[in-house]
Design a protein around this ligand. Structure first.
Ligand code: SF4
Length: 350
């Protein structure tokens, strides 16, 4: 007999009551705290978010405190989580909450969705978890789970498949009773994240295994089907470490830069061939290579070479000497932090 949607919900919730991981944002009913967690989790793994989450909320316990934070301090508090645009949008939304909503987190889906940095997924997550509103979430975990359960081989890169899956998730949500909606969304995501994993799903531990068509057809770990893969671009990067006493030559990225605007970085240029000419135009003479590092930003894979270097004329325009003490208080790009870590491992230079 086919599992009814109500039975699906009950079985999933009963599993979740026993199996849910104890995570800090699951111990609160404060919509502000739930929202901060959802933003942090947008592109960062759960394990990486936990320590940042608690520190961040100690520093900014409510929307008013976040709205009032100096930008540089905020970016520094976010450092390590990556995708810094999220921090800026979070602050913009906090300003809106503090101003337009009198410091009260908005209680309806449309108003939550209207906050900066909040898309449909995050709005549904916050609305259901904080306010028990019946909006289903659809992320990669949920899509994987639903396609496997139904042995659905449609291409999840296509909008029509996503819409169909969103409709199915909403049908299931509609079978959740008041008081169950937040837990239901979290249970779906939790099952996808911890049991119905992309590789080697643990079907033996799955509460839905006896009704899973993908498992019955032996197709569980071949789903979901996705046709489009992002084209990976490889980028060579040269980074110069120029010291004067205890200070480093650095520059601040423009405020309108697409990536990490306002962050500080070491002088650097793309492409190893020709980098000497670029550095020479700054008055920087490049010495020996002292290290390498790798870094990924969305579809780009950077391979960085780090050079010791010296300045043979005045400080180039747009660059500053930054002391180690000041550096520890500034937001620094991830690439420069990686390069500086390698530089420290290479030891003192002549
Ligand atoms: S039985 Fe296996 S494939 Fe099916 S939903 Fe559960 S974990 Fe996923």
């Amino acid at each position: 007999m086919r599992l009814t949607d109500r039975a699906f919900v009950r079985r999933l919730l009963s599993w979740y009551a026993d199996a849910a991981r104890d995570l800090p944002w699951r111990r609160t009913a404060d919509p502000y705290r739930i929202w901060v967690a959802e933003i942090m989790l947008q592109q960062t793994r759960v394990e990486a978010v936990v320590p940042y989450y608690e520190r961040f909320l100690e520093r900014y316990p409510n929307a008013a405190a976040l709205a009032a934070a100096p930008e540089q301090e905020l970016l520094q508090a976010w450092a390590g989580l990556g995708y810094y645009r999220r921090a800026r949008l979070l602050q913009r939304a906090a300003t809106k909450i503090a101003g337009e909503h009198d410091g009260q987190f908005p209680r309806d889906y449309d108003a939550i969705r209207a906050l900066d940095g909040v898309g449909g997924y995050t709005a549904a997550a916050v609305a259901s978890i904080a306010f028990d509103l019946p909006f289903a979430v659809l992320d990669g975990n949920v899509m994987r789970l639903l396609t496997r359960l139904a042995n659905d081989r449609r291409d999840i890169a296509k909008g029509e498949t996503k819409r169909a899956l969103a409709g199915r998730a909403q049908e299931l949500m509609d079978a959740a009773a008041p008081g169950e909606r937040g837990a239901f969304n979290q249970a779906l995501m939790e099952l996808g994240a911890t049991v119905c994993t992309p590789k080697s799903p643990q079907c033996g531990a799955c509460p839905l295994a006896r009704d899973c068509r993908g498992l019955a057809q032996g197709a569980a770990d071949t789903l979901p089907y996705k046709s489009v893969r992002p084209r990976i671009r490889r980028v060579e990067l040269a980074v110069a470490v120029v010291r004067r006493g205890g200070s480093l030559l650095m520059r601040q990225r423009p405020q309108d830069a697409a990536i990490m605007p306002g962050f500080w970085e070491l002088p650097s240029t793309c492409g190893t061939g020709g980098h000497e000419a670029y550095f020479a135009s700054l008055g920087v003479a490049v010495g020996k290579k002292i290290g390498e590092f790798k870094h990924s930003i969305t579809d780009r894979r950077f391979r960085g070479s780090i050079y010791e270097a010296a300045l043979h004329r005045g400080r180039p325009q747009g660059h500053c000497w930054i002391s180690a003490e000041r550096l520890s208080r500034l937001p620094v790009t991830t690439i420069s932090r990686k390069a500086l870590r390698q530089d420290m491992l290479a030891g003192p230079t002549q």
